[in-house]
Ligand binder design. Sequence first.
Ligand code: ASC
Length: 148
Amino acid sequence: MKRYLFGSLGLLMLIVTGVASAQSIEKAIKYRQGAFAVMGWNFGAIVDMIKGKRPFDQEDFARRAKIISDVSLAPIEGFLTESSEGQTKSKFEIWENFADFEVKMKLMQEAALNLSVVSLSGDYDASKRAAIKLGKTCKSCHDEYRKK
Ligand code: ASC
């Protein structure tokens, strides 16, 4: 009877821990996706400005670039545990090549900071170049580590 009771308790604890870690993985996925959504929202507006689909407004451009730069520091934390299952486009390869993933994330952060600084100058051409550079760092990670 005792053995049965402790056996069941152990199983229950395993299930509870399993559900808890599944919940924290789900939260981590939502956290990084939220950060990318903020970055994508603002970069989309910046891309529209450099494509002439929206008037170039230096102040608005710089404000958005600063948001992207600040938020670019966030998503890496959402990748700390292996989480390529579930509602995510993240490939398992991220965790197989985590050092490379971190380097790519850093290059993106640097390009975002550069865009933020350059956009303060009001130099449209330099801002455009900096935005294209940032877009390339987004793409290099997506090509390798994001499911289609
Ligand atoms: C965006 C966005 C991305 C990047 C990428 C750049 O606006 O949402 O993921 O730019 O398309 O290559």
